[in-house]
Design a protein around this ligand. Structure first.
Ligand code: PMP
Length: 355
């Protein structure tokens, strides 16, 4: 049966990415060797690493003065690397969900942290808008897309201090004004590649201003100076990332992705709003384009398990909401075909007809 993959991450990748990566696992770059058994210093793999980083610069229109590196440790390691490398005295953070609060917890190990606003009291169902960032902050950190709760900030904020963003779950879903940021980081396992690599875009001028000694592996400059090859990089995720990036380019780039993502999200939110059985969980103006969260309407709450089984039988995979929200979450990352979103909508309509 055709499966419709709505997992929140690791999540759907393009067929192009999966087929080409599988082929390279058999025979990489015509070397008659597997991608899994070649030296990361072979000229063939160095070319992959360089092309992937160059394509990121091209697709995201990264200006001069920025470096792109692939690191290990997931986005979670960036929660620590960012303050290690940037926090001198005080940083400002906005608490919009679990990942944001994990980032805050790490930053507190390095200095004073001013949490400018939090929507925790409302189970993170909205993004606070009314807050002030102290102008003596070393940086302001935010999470552009809150994967668990389904809220998103799709506009690059205007702030007077250096800006840092966790874009793990919405990078490549819209054009970004990179020049507004000092650091952008993103775990690969949503819109880029299988888990195992984290993409980091760093403004070079932002580095070198803290006095503390930084362990070699946690220092961005270590990786920048070695063209992202200081130690053995995760070759398979990087190869897969290159395939995804090539696919983005062939599809018309990031603007084309944004158009498709907006259309997919719009038809699903329309159905949630129309269907008497369901309702969305977050403030309408903050709805995520990537992670669409919804629950049963109060009078139909007892149908949740039944809908879950009904959707599973129809081929829907990964629509169970995160345990802290409940209900359902359909993640609509860049590789999501419209036909899968339509299949979910048809399933919701059919279930409504039955009740
Ligand atoms: N930030 C966000 C927005 C996430 O969705 C996640 C989880 N996928 C993380 C950080 C943590 O990422 P990782 O598991 O790669 O450490």
């Amino acid at each position: 049966m055709k499966k419709h993959n709505f997992y929140a991450g690791p999540s759907i990748l393009s067929e192009f990415t999966i087929k080409n990566t599988a082929a390279a696992v058999e025979n990489f770059a015509g070397m008659d060797l597997s991608l899994l058994e070649i030296s990361h210093r072979s000229k063939e793999f160095v070319a992959v690493n360089d092309e992937a980083r160059a394509l990121i610069k091209e697709l995201l229109d990264v200006p001069a003065g920025y470096e792109v590196v692939f690191l290990g440790g997931g986005a979670s390691l960036q929660f620590c690397m960012v303050p290690y490398n940037l926090l001198k005295k005080k940083a400002s953070y906005i608490d919009t969900g679990t990942w944001a609060s994990n980032a805050i917890k790490e930053a507190k190990l390095f200095g004073e942290v001013d949490v400018v606003a939090s929507s925790k009291d409302a189970n993170y169902t909205y993004i606070p808008k009314d807050y002030t960032i102290a102008e003596d902050s070393d940086y302001f950190h935010y999470t552009s897309n809150n994967t668990i709760y389904g809220t998103e900030t799709r506009k690059d904020p205007d702030v007077k201090v250096p800006l840092v963003c966790d874009m793990s779950s919405d990078i490549f879903s819209r054009p970004i004004d990179i020049s507004k940021y000092d650091i952008i980081y993103a775990g690969a396992q949503k819109n880029l590649a299988p888990a195992g690599v984290t993409l980091v875009i760093v403004r070079q001028d932002a580095l070198g201003h803290v006095d503390r000694p930084i362990p070699t592996m946690l220092n961005y400059n270590t990786h920048i100076k070695k063209d992202s090859m200081f130690n053995t990089p995760p070759v398979l995720p990087i190869y897969a990332a290159l395939q995804t990036l090539k696919w983005y380019k062939e599809q018309g780039g990031i603007a084309a992705m944004e158009k498709k993502d907006m259309e997919n999200a719009a038809i699903l939110y329309d159905e949630i709003d129309r269907n008497k059985l369901f309702k969305g969980t977050v403030a309408v103006e903050d709805r995520s384009i990537m992670n669409v969260c919804f629950i049963m309407n109060d009078e139909y709450k007892e149908l949740e398990d039944e809908f879950s089984k009904f959707a599973t039988a129809a081929g829907m995979v990964g629509i169970k909401g995160h345990r802290s929200v409940g209900g359902f979450r359909a993640s609509l990352y860049n590789a999501m075909p419209k036909s899968s979103v339509e299949a979910l909508i048809a399933c919701m309509k059919e279930f409504e007809r039955k009740h």
